[in-house]
Write a protein that binds this ligand. Structure first.
Ligand code: RIB
Length: 306
């Protein structure tokens, strides 16, 4: 049947252009192929968890346009329950403009559209789904008060709250104290703490300052360096899996899906981080957000090979 994963988050249609490099401000360069790809951090994490074996329910908003309809279809295709993904009349579906260079690095501009209409009342309407979940996955592409309400509902029902603070913004202690596991990347950690994360030692100091703000467990994703776990009493670096990246888009979302499903299944934290690392690594080997999210079979194969 699968463990139960709730996701309160965003849905975007990604408009993706690939080129030799990302243009500088004011510059125009000729790129290569263009694609529209289902994305949005919330939907990506929902699909990631579903492909890895979770029973996933998503709470979100799309507009009443063609992109919205397509995004709902893609949730259906992956078996994500979208009873609580509402269509918002007169508002466009979220869109992400993504540029990817030859090294697989990206720059993303999000036009949030309907994602910014997701309200605390929408969360209350989906209370049953959150209360019945094993884990709740959150990100920051919706209004902050909505994210806080979702964390409050989860905490009230003893559901594990995993927050991916992306895109980066400073967060109130009132939210951080409701988070069981915080999963920032390097740049998000810098924004949250004001501290550098260039070296592993610096990353550890920054992660510790997040823990001091009331978060139970901090897992700092460090790209090709792996993931740094900071808990009471110490830290541990988990190296990533070696792959050849073509596009890093949604690697962090894949990590969240892997981590969330593994924790919901009762796996130890160290094993759950391996799941996150493996899912994230696999997601970099294929272009686009949701097309790149691995199946459980692919993930288990990579875990077994290492
Ligand atoms: O994390 C990747 C996602 O960020 C993309 O799919 C894009 O929609 C943006 O939300």
């Amino acid at each position: 049947m699968g463990v139960r994963v709730a996701v309160v988050g965003s849905l975007n249609m990604d408009l993706v252009g690939r080129g030799p490099r990302i243009p500088r401000p004011g510059e125009t360069i000729i790129g290569g192929e263009f694609r529209t790809v289902p994305g949005g951090k919330g939907a990506n994490q929902a699909v990631a968890a579903a492909r890895l074996g979770g029973r996933v329910s998503m709470v979100g908003r799309v507009g009443d346009d063609a992109f919205g309809a397509e995004l709902l279809d893609t949730l259906d295709a992956d078996g994500v329950d979208r009873t609580h993904v509402k269509t918002t009349p007169g508002v466009p579906t979220g869109v992400a403009l993504i540029m990817v260079d030859e090294q697989g690095q990206n720059s993303i501009l999000v036009a949030s559209g309907a994602n910014m209409r997701l309200s605390p009342a929408d969360v209350d309407a989906a209370q049953e789904v959150i209360a019945g979940a094993d884990v709740l996955l959150l990100q920051l592409e919706n209004p902050l008060e909505t994210v806080i309400r979702a964390a409050e509902v989860a905490r009230a029902h003893e559901v594990t709250v995993i927050l991916n603070p992306a895109p980066a913004r400073p967060l109130p202690a009132s939210l951080l104290s409701l988070v069981d596991v915080l999963v920032p990347n390097e740049s998000e950690t810098e924004v949250l703490t004001g501290l550098p994360v260039g070296s592993t030692e610096e990353a550890e100091v920054a992660a510790r300052s997040l823990a001091d703000q009331g978060v139970g467990t901090v897992i700092l994703t460090l790209g090709s360096r792996g993931a740094l776990l900071l808990q009471e009493g110490g830290s541990q670096l988990f190296p990533t899996f070696e792959v050849t990246p073509v596009d890093t888009t949604a690697a962090g979302d894949a990590f969240m899906g892997g981590l969330g499903v593994a924790l919901a299944e009762g796996k130890p934290l160290a094993e759950a981080i391996r799941w996150g690392n493996a899912a994230g690594a696999l997601a970099t080997t294929i272009m686009g957000a949701q097309p790149s999210l691995p199946t459980r079979e692919a993930l288990e194969e990579l875990l077994a090979s290492a």
